[in-house]
Ligand binder design. Structure first.
Ligand code: HEC
Ligand code: HEC
Ligand code: HEC
Length: 126
């Protein structure tokens, strides 16, 4: 019995380890409406990382981010002005707009959209 339990435990740990990389990718949104056309890499926005820290309405109502991947037209000038990502990425709440590479971190050629199966069929879809 003990051996069986040990095998089960090892198997469970192995399964948990297997699923780790997938979770790290879960729900990343690529924003590439303008980036590559303007000569910078696509933006990777970790939706999950932000979701666990802030309420939905902070971004989707107060900041005006529409709940559909690829539907927002974001200009760097707006961010520096404190809109969209710039509401927080302003060197006060989080590191600021000068850290280009932290946001423009996508592989060249990635199209806009959500990666990792975080799409919903809820009110965000229309
Ligand atoms: C907090 C995240 C963030 C940081 C930091 C950031 N950007 Fe952006 N940037 C974005 C987002 C989001 C977009 C819109 C992406 C899209 O739709 O293609 C964007 C778009 C752009 C665009 C295309 C649109 C436009 O306004 O011309 C350029 C060029 C750009 N960024 C350059 C930069 C440079 C250079 C830096 C560093 C000085 C920088 N970005 C830092 C998030 C960021
Ligand atoms: C820190 C800001 C932020 C927070 C907090 C946030 N979101 Fe988002 N959300 C975004 C951005 C940015 C996008 C991508 C928009 C784009 O690609 O133009 C997005 C996209 C989405 C999408 C579209 C996904 C798709 O398949 O097209 C849905 C649905 C969504 N969010 C739901 C939520 C829900 C529900 C919450 C709260 C549990 C939440 N968001 C919290 C910023 C945020
Ligand atoms: C409501 C506030 C808020 C908004 C809006 C917001 N962020 Fe963030 N973001 C944060 C905070 C807080 C952190 C954590 C900063 C730290 O750890 O120092 C963070 C971290 C990040 C990170 C690093 C994630 C990691 O895995 O370490 C990236 C990349 C990022 N944000 C990109 C963006 C982009 C792109 C946008 C706009 C589409 C955006 N953020 C909008 C608050 C925000």
């Amino acid at each position: 019995m003990r051996v069986v339990r040990l095998v089960c435990a090892v198997f469970a740990v192995w399964l948990a380890l297997l699923s780790l990389p997938a979770q790290a990718e879960y729900g990343d949104v690529v924003l590439n409406k303008r980036s590559e056309k303007e000569g910078v890499r696509p933006v990777v926005f970790q939706h999950w990382f932000h979701r666990i820290r802030f309420r939905c309405k902070v971004c989707h109502s107060e900041l005006g981010f529409q709940m559909r991947a690829g539907s927002n037209d974001v200009l760097m000038a707006d961010i520096i002005d404190g809109k969209f990502c710039g509401m927080c990425h302003n060197d006060r709440i989080a590191w600021g707009a000068a850290h280009c590479d932290l946001c423009h971190s996508g592989k060249p050629g990635l199209p806009s959209g959500i990666y990792g199966g975080d799409s919903t069929t809820g009110p965000g879809r229309w």
